[in-house]
Design a protein around this ligand. Sequence first.
Ligand code: PMP
Ligand code: GLU
Length: 400
Amino acid sequence: MSSKELLSNKLQNMSESATLAMAQKAREVRAQGHDVIALSLGQPDFDTPDHIIKAAQEAVDAGYTRYTPVPGLLELREAIVTKFKRDNGLEFTPTQISVSNGAKQNIANVCLALLDPGDETIILTPYWVSYFDIVKFAGGTPIAVKGKIDQDFKVTPDQLEAAITDKTKLLIFSSPCNPTGSVYTMDELEALAAVLEKHERITIISDEIYEYINFTGKHASIGTIPSVKDRVVTINGMSKGFAMTGWRLGYMGGPQWLINACNKVQGQFTSGANSFGQKAAAVALTSDLAPTHKMAEAYLNRKKLIQKLLGEIPGIKINNPQGAFYIFPDVSSYFGKSDGTTTIKDSFDFAEYILMNAHVAIVAGAAFGEEDCIRISYATSEDQLTEACRRIKETLSKLS
Ligand code: PMP
Ligand code: GLU
């Protein structure tokens, strides 16, 4: 019997995370001796700010080394309540907060708690890779509703309305968006909420993990809109704004019945998140955000640089991302082109070709639901970005 036959159908139907797979591929090509510039993984290149590290060290010394309550230390949940009110105008009690091993787990908990076979989940597209497979694994049916580059990759209320059926149970989106960097304004969220308020069965996951990397100067949370606020789960986490990807800490605030259900899932799967990290996260959320704002400033400078450099490459179409640290160029004009040996058919071929020939790792747009594009993470130094774009330009110039 082959080992494949032993695996569950739901596992076999699951794709590997394309972002993590590309990061691994980049490591392999680097191990072969090539100087690979990795623009594949959405990971801040900054170190976690010192005061947060110090808080974790102090927590270990103070003996915070044991299990915490499943939803998280009360002290951290109180800090999250304060943060949601201060930054987003969202009102929660500490029991409406749940802390997990990364926002990824928060999202998985909600999907596992809500979805039964046949339940449809509308995913605003382009979407972050993992939404699609988490929904499928939880038993739901993902429905991609696509905003094209000409509409700044944002979905309109009419498109949303047209996708809703009596089976729609959940809506997921991120703003600022991974992979496009698009930011929904309050007016745009209100227009989507005006559609959603007519469909009481739909829960909304608003993934705001890139909140602090927003170049518009204004972050809008759909959970503040009165007509839908009781059905919104607001997801956030420490990974992006505080450069804490490896700490594995995410959190959410939402309706009590749903948070209770998610805690039940988490109680069986993983228990509370790591204890001393939670102590440090409480300090991070309640301290001066100057280090966070400084990182966001650096991302803005890098964005301007990469926009300029990509703009100089013929056949690449870009929009003006307003947040996160991604740019999502349309490279479809290269599909069908060849260097005489290899022909690029789609975004996967394009990413593979750039990795093998320019030694720059990027991710195929198809993994995010948009075949015409590729995703570039610009969370790296300006020197690396300049060299990466030089190599991409040179490599593409050989195709015809
Ligand atoms: N949501 C989005 C949109 C992301 O890009 C990521 C990837 N970091 C996550 C959630 C998960 O983040 P983490 O699990 O590191 O908190
Ligand atoms: N969210 C990041 C990305 O999109 C990290 C990788 C992942 O968790 O998929 O690259």
